[in-house]
Design a binder for this molecule. Structure first.
Ligand SMILES: NC(=O)C1=CN([C@@H]2O[C@H](COP(=O)(O)OP(=O)(O)OC[C@H]3O[C@@H](n4cnc5c(N)ncnc54)[C@H](OP(=O)(O)O)[C@@H]3O)[C@@H](O)[C@H]2O)C=CC1
Ligand SMILES: O=C1O[C@H](COP(=O)(O)O)[C@@H](O)[C@H](O)[C@H]1O
Length: 511
């Protein structure tokens, strides 16, 4: 029987984890939830198909639901398989055989007896301590500490274990610190993988290559040449069935604190001296620490929040946020929560002083579009009529790729009128390869023990430190978010946020 670990294992002396064999067992707390069924299990199936799972790897879902292995396999077969490409029946059957379900709850208090399910989990994992194991916490954040403690008490945490924490980590800085302390009491920082799936997107990883494997951009990557940066994560989906989570999160905590700030960091960071996890995360942290704080009257000037009301998306009538179908009826929190947020941020350092970084995210926007647009300054003196400043568009979705909009002349006689034409790099077309889902890449990294694309504790806390004053100002104002009709580009004030400086949110018609 493995002994409970009494202290977090120390990091190796040089702070770098040695490459380890792929972890054999993946225990997913919350393995029956929305995230698991929609993202994790499809990604794990693809990892399996690509030979990234150890031959004897098992995926053990833990939830309070009274499912046995057969029930869980049936659920996954019914809910996950239809979303995958057809074919490879043998591969799918092999994947199903890897799946198990254990019914367990977190103990009600620190000294409360463990749920009997922990005994079964302990028996299942016994004798496999040397193979490495991953605990994936795909459950509500308040269960993270209790799950880790229960796993430790059951003797399941070995020096080669890793733990994955989903975002958002808590609701504010204090909450994030609390979770980090609880998890950090059991796992060493080098064992903790704080996931932000935007970092697994192909375009996001390519941003590092674009910036640091090409020489031409660096001389113009600064306030002398760049007018502003827009980072957008627009979604056409609403939040049906997610009220319990979303009422207490909202767009700022759900998307800005993590995904959008991580993208901002990668655009704004200084070149790291090495391509390793600490060097990259050190540079990202410096960006977060350089963000100009926004609070009080500045929050009113530089932020906009909205909530969707009924409208049309893709030609279909959809309800407003408060009328989304859900088991939980709307409350006062529902009325106040934002489904759209826009912020004019600024990085106060030598490179970026004076360059606005516009962050925008919303549900029930006209379409699903995530992109980073770097807008360069206009030519100092134009000899043509027409023409617009160059833009570099990093498209995360749909169609991951990079597009540089340059001015070109249309062939033919007559007056020369420059017009923007994209020089385009589509990853799928150029490399003739399937672009893997972000979770696939990140799960493979977890299994292989590489934390480079995961957030370090200080990064997450610095991000909350910037978000908290904005939330506090919104909450103390007590007013309601500005309504916007589903299928439109967000509240009028968001357009004004850019419009005040004569700019417009770009809606590029790119390939
Ligand atoms: N859904 C998404 O797209 C995303 C979600 N996340 C994060 O992932 C996590 C899960 O989200 P999501 O899947 O949407 O949530 P769901 O509510 O759909 O699923 C939660 C899961 O946790 C289990 N669970 C909850 N409480 C306990 C408990 N006390 N003991 C054992 N199991 C428990 C639930 O099963 P049961 O109730 O049967 O016990 C279920 O399997 C959250 O931290 C969320 O912030 C992050 C990014 C995207
Ligand atoms: O983390 C989250 O991300 C999804 C959007 O992810 P994407 O990869 O589809 O852009 C969002 O819908 C969800 O609310 C949020 O929790």
């Amino acid at each position: 029987m493995p002994q409970p670990s009494s202290a977090p294992p120390a990091a190796p002396p040089d702070g770098r984890e040695r490459p380890v064999a792929h972890a054999a067992d993946l225990v997913v707390f919350g393995g029956t939830g929305d995230l698991s069924m929609r993202k994790l299990l499809p990604a794990l199936y693809h990892c399996d198909r690509d030979g990234r799972l150890a031959p004897d790897a098992r995926i053990i879902a833990v939830s309070r639901g009274g499912l046995d292995d057969a029930d869980f396999r049936g659920k996954v077969d019914a809910e996950v398989r239809p979303g995958l490409h057809a074919g490879d029946a043998a591969g799918w059957d092999r994947f199903l055989r890897r799946l198990h379900h254990v019914c367990a709850d977190v103990p009600a208090g620190r000294d409360a007896p463990a749920h009997p399910g922990w005994g079964r989990l302990t028996r299942m994992l016994a004798g496999r301590e040397d193979t490495g194991r991953v605990f994936y916490l795909a459950s509500p954040p308040m269960t993270f500490g209790p799950f880790c403690r229960a796993a430790d008490r059951a003797g399941l945490v070995t020096p080669r274990s890793r733990v994955v924490l989903e975002k958002p980590l808590g609701r504010d800085l204090a909450g994030a610190r609390h979770i980090n302390d609880e998890v950090g009491a059991i796992f060493g920082e080098h064992q903790i993988f704080r996931i932000d799936h935007y970092l697994g997107k192909e375009t996001v990883q390519n941003l590092l290559v674009l910036r640091f494997a090409n020489a031409f951009l660096e001389p113009i990557w600064n306030s002398l040449w760049i007018d502003h940066v827009q980072i957008t994560a627009a979604e056409s989906v609403g939040t049906p069935g997610r009220r319990g989570y979303y009422d207490h999160a909202g767009a700022l905590r759900d998307m800005v604190q993590n995904h959008l700030l991580q993208l901002l960091c990668l655009v704004a960071m200084e070149p790291p001296s090495r391509n390793d996890r600490e060097a990259i995360r050190d540079e990202k942290l410096k960006v977060l620490q350089s963000l100009r704080p926004i609070s009080g009257t500045e929050a009113a000037r530089f932020t906009v929040r909205g909530q969707y009301i009924a409208g049309r998306v893709d030609g279909r009538a959809v309800p407003g946020y408060l009328d989304e179908p859900d088991d939980t009826p709307p409350t006062d929190a529902s009325r106040h929560v934002e489904t759209f947020a826009a912020i004019r941020a600024e990085v106060k350092n030598w490179r970026w002083a004076g360059v606005p970084f516009y962050l925008r995210t919303g549900k029930r926007m006209p379409d699903r579009r995530s992109e980073i647009v770097v807008q360069f300054k206009d030519v100092p003196h134009s000899i043509f009529s027409g023409g617009v400043p160059n833009r570099l568009v990093l498209r995360l979705q749909p169609g991951e790729g990079i597009h540089l909009l340059i001015m070109a002349k249309e062939p033919g006689a007559g007056e020369v009128v420059p017009r923007p034409v994209p020089l385009s790099l589509s990853f799928a077309d150029t490399f003739h390869a399937r672009v893997p889902d972000a979770y696939e890449r990140l799960l493979a990294d977890v299994l292989a023990g590489d934390p480079t694309l995961f957030m370090r504790r200080d990064e997450v806390e610095a991000a909350w430190g910037w978000i908290d004053p904005i939330v506090a100002t919104w909450e103390s104002a007590g007013d309601l978010p500005e309504p916007y009709a589903a299928g439109t580009g967000g509240p009028v004030a968001a357009h004004e946020l850019l419009g005040r400086s004569g700019r417009a949110w770009h809606e590029e018609d790119l390939p």
